[in-house]
Design a protein around this ligand. Structure first.
Ligand code: CP
Length: 323
């Protein structure tokens, strides 16, 4: 069956069919509708344990998975590599097996190595469901899902297909797992996607991706319905990819002049954390077109939906019946 429940794990946006994406987005909306009412917390995952296994830093993803699990009444164990026995040499297998022995039903993993989530899912080390919360420069599927959810709320006419929408993804595509997952998801949804970056920040082989490519932000700007600005990931850069921060901001930043050229209904997105003044000006980040904090709020609903569907939660209670 083509449902999310038929999968044990969420490792990559490429594993999701159109109907599974819509199932996650629709379920997120329903969960939001219910928890916006008097019932803030649902009992659907009572007795289940979600482990946040984070080997890399995170604010939004870790906190929103924690919030999502708690809103569904799951127990949550948070693991951060900093301050753990990883510093004594403990590896992924022993760490994951230790956490499963503490009762994990689902492990949300963030790791600096591309493929870490898949390794954990396919190794046989643990029997828990695995959700990829970002593996190196490879993928971040729940970020792409919350981005799609956010776009859908602004373009309700595109509820079941993003055909007709033009989405620009701008900046450090080379190091961006958010860009990779978004390309896969947005193309499945039918959107036209344009990647915009200096040649040095485009991945090798990008010509074979199902997207348009541009090296000139001003060329694409006025036709975009959503513009996703990406963070310059200095921590993953071992060489110089552009002459100076000032030149990068001038050529590829969403500054105040470009802000005025966006379509009236266009939205500004950023997965966070932001480098204000670099890829995005403060005026753009705080502009009425900015959906950046909506993305954060929607992240909780989308992650509730993913946890709920993968863990086979009890039926969503009718509002007011279960308190
Ligand atoms: N967007 C995102 O993954 O943010 P964090 O690194 O704060 O989790």
């Amino acid at each position: 069956m083509d449902t999310v429940a038929s999968q044990r794990h969420l490792l990559s946006a490429k594993d999701l069919s159109l109907s599974q994406i819509l199932e996650i987005l629709d379920t997120a909306r329903e969960l939001g509708r219910i928890t916006d009412g008097p019932m803030k917390k649902l009992p659907t995952l009572r007795g289940q344990t979600v482990v946040n296994l984070f080997f890399e830093d995170s604010t939004r993803t870790r906190l929103s998975f924690e919030s999502a699990a708690k809103r569904l009444s799951a127990d949550v164990i948070n693991f951060s590599a900093k301050g753990s026995s990883v510093s004594k040499g403990e590896g992924l297998k022993d760490t994951a097996q230790t956490l499963e022995a503490m009762g994990a039903d689902l492990i949300v993993i963030r790791h600096s190595a591309a493929g870490a989530a898949q390794r954990l899912a396919e190794s046989g080390w643990v029997s828990s469901s695995i959700v990829n919360a970002g593996d190196g420069t490879h993928e971040h599927p729940t970020q792409a899902l919350l981005d799609a959810y956010t776009i859908r709320t602004h373009f309700p006419e595109c509820e079941n297909s993003f055909s007709g929408l033009h989405i620009g993804i701008v900046g450090d595509i080379l190091h961006s797992r958010v860009a990779r997952s978004n390309v896969l998801l947005l193309v499945t949804l039918g959107a036209k996607v344009t990647l915009i970056a200096p040649p040095t920040l485009m991945p090798v082989g990008v010509e074979s991706w199902p997207v348009d490519i541009s090296y000139d932000l001003d060329d694409a700007l006025t036709s975009l319905d959503a513009i996703m600005m990406l963070r310059i990931q200095s921590e993953r850069m071992s060489e110089l990819f552009f002459p100076s921060e000032r030149e990068y901001a001038r050529d590829y930043g969403l500054g105040n002049l470009r802000l005025n050229l966006l379509k009236e209904k266009a939205i500004i997105m950023h997965p966070g954390p932001m480098n204000r003044g670099m890829e995005i000006s403060a005026a753009s980040a705080d502009n009425r077109k900015s959906a950046i904090l909506e993305q954060v709020r929607n992240g909780i609903l989308v992650r509730m939906s993913v946890l709920y569907l993968l863990l086979g939660g009890n039926p969503i209670p009718v509002e007011g019946v279960l308190v």
